[in-house]
Design a protein around this ligand. Structure first.
Ligand SMILES: [Fe+2]
Length: 474
């Protein structure tokens, strides 16, 4: 069945490049890709291998799921930020996103190596970790892969950034060694924490540069992932008022990283995970190359783990935001985290209330011209009241042939123009069964918004000297 998906991510062939590079190397099937990290690969057209992806025209995209995972993947588990001060950073996120503190490992629990705080909103878990002085470190850290040296170097280089994307797998040991045998660069071998039925195995491989993909598996998988996060973490006893904090955010929908060159990292990821192409786009899809980026999205068999990668395109009218990211982040890294809300209007109402008191700010809304056509595009799905709310909050609306996507982007979360958050709500695509579930990626990732935004920006620019360079189109 033809499926129109995604996105905010565009695949625009560069002069010489991606497609040619990949196809030229298709004879290398089965050979582990070479991953060039950091800025080493910026601007290079090296001989990346082998597992070809095909940036086909959007209208001809037939999306298939070959069920090609090399090991069993359950879901996103948590996202870990490395920072200089975990208390302050975690509290800002807690307040901005309505995510109460649910577990901690710090001096008060006997951890003299690092301070770690775990926030939760339903299935979404954010972990914030910062080092104590190495001179007082006397015990094994709760997160055994933690390193003072690496953490300090990471924060010095990137500022506030994601260190780890953790995914729950059936067997972290198997996932790690399978990944290594398929070209993954090791970060930490499997370590077993806890005993018997409470045992947890944790292992890490390199994802982007110094960002790791963390495999985590539980001897006895639990539904309540926060209550038995990791041995060494202490649950926070919550009172009734903190229980009521809920902005409607339910889970991590997808993550996206920026890399100087797309082909090597996509091949690398595909090769060691077996993840399949979830979406990819050409310039023809979008009708413009002004977005300044090419993208590809990969997904696990169950499509509950979705990872996108962007590369910059140079020479466009507007400077590529991916290029800006790579400069300010001093290399590749996680660009955004898409958080799925069950009620985006409620989520934004709460988040915007806190924007002026330390919460997150949002990107400027599209010009009014964007909303003039919304009725034509979405009146069968959204009520007049909801469409008005979209305009009020600056929400973008897109559709594929199965569902509808509502999306909005924050401004960068920290000092640098690097990482930001996307808030989304997906409408439609319910799969009947014992429990009604929504098809992953329902409504796409906002691809249609790119051309809509550019159209409306062009109209807007005809009458105003617009400050449009800040508008995210991913
Ligand atoms: Fe996204």
């Amino acid at each position: 069945m033809k499926k129109l998906l995604c996105c905010i991510y565009i695949m625009v062939p560069q002069s010489h490049s991606l497609r040619e590079t990949l196809r030229a190397d298709s004879s290398d099937m089965g050979k582990a890709p070479e991953l060039l990290i950091g800025n080493e690969c910026a601007g290079k057209h090296h001989n990346s291998p082998a597992m070809e992806f095909n940036p086909v025209d959007y209208n001809n995209l037939i999306q298939t799921n070959p069920m090609s995972d090399l090991f069993s993947v359950r879901r996103f588990h948590h996202v870990e930020f490395w920072c200089s001060d975990a208390t302050n950073t975690s509290r800002r996120f807690s307040s901005a996103l309505g995510m109460p503190l649910v577990a901690k490992s710090d001096l008060s629990t006997g951890n003299t190596t690092h301070a770690s705080y775990l926030l939760r909103s339903d299935q979404l878990l954010f972990l914030f970790t910062a080092p104590y002085s190495a001179t007082i470190s006397t015990n094994t850290p709760s997160i055994p892969t933690f390193s003072h040296t690496a953490c300090r170097a990471f924060t010095a280089s990137h500022g506030l950034a994601v260190r780890s994307i953790a995914i729950e797998v059936d067997d972290a040991d198997l996932a790690y060694y399978t990944s290594l045998s398929h070209g993954a660069k090791p970060s930490s071998p499997p370590i077993t924490l806890g005993e018997r039925k409470n045992a947890v195995v944790l292992a890490e491989v390199q994802l982007f540069n110094d960002v790791v993909l963390r495999y985590i598996s539980y001897k006895q998988p639990t539904i309540d992932i926060a209550s038995m996060f990791l041995p060494g973490f202490e649950s926070i006893k919550t009172d009734s008022s903190s229980h009521s904090i809920d902005f409607g955010i339910r889970r991590l929908d997808h993550v996206a990283g920026n890399f100087p060159e797309l082909a090597p990292v996509i091949n690398y990821l595909k090769f060691f995970t077996g993840f399949h192409e979830f979406a990819g786009f050409t310039a023809k899809d979008v009708g413009t190359s002004e977005s300044g980026m090419n993208s590809m999205i990969l997904a696990s068999n169950n499509e509950k783990v979705i990872i996108g990668v962007n590369e910059p395109v140079y020479g466009t009218k507007r400077r590529s935001q991916i290029q800006t990211f790579l400069e300010h982040n001093e290399g590749p890294g996680i660009q955004h985290l898409a958080l799925q809300s069950e009620d985006i209007f409620q989520t934004l109402r709460e988040m915007k209330r806190r924007s002026v008191v330390g919460g997150f700010e949002f990107m400027p809304p599209p010009p009014p011209t964007y909303y003039r056509n919304l009725k034509n595009r979405a009146a069968d799905v959204l009520s007049d009241e909801q469409m008005n709310a979209c305009e009020e909050f600056g929400i973008l609306v897109d559709r594929d042939n199965e569902g509808t996507l509502l999306q909005i982007f924050t401004k960068p979360l920290g000092d640098r123009p690097t990482i930001f958050i996307e808030i989304i709500q997906r409408i439609g695509c319910m799969i009947s069964g014992v429990n009604m579930q929504q098809k992953p990626g329902c409504g796409g990732f906002g691809k249609g918004n790119i051309s809509e935004l550019f159209k409306s920006i062009e109209e807007y620019e005809k009458t105003f000297e617009a400050q449009t360079s800040d508008i995210h189109i991913i």
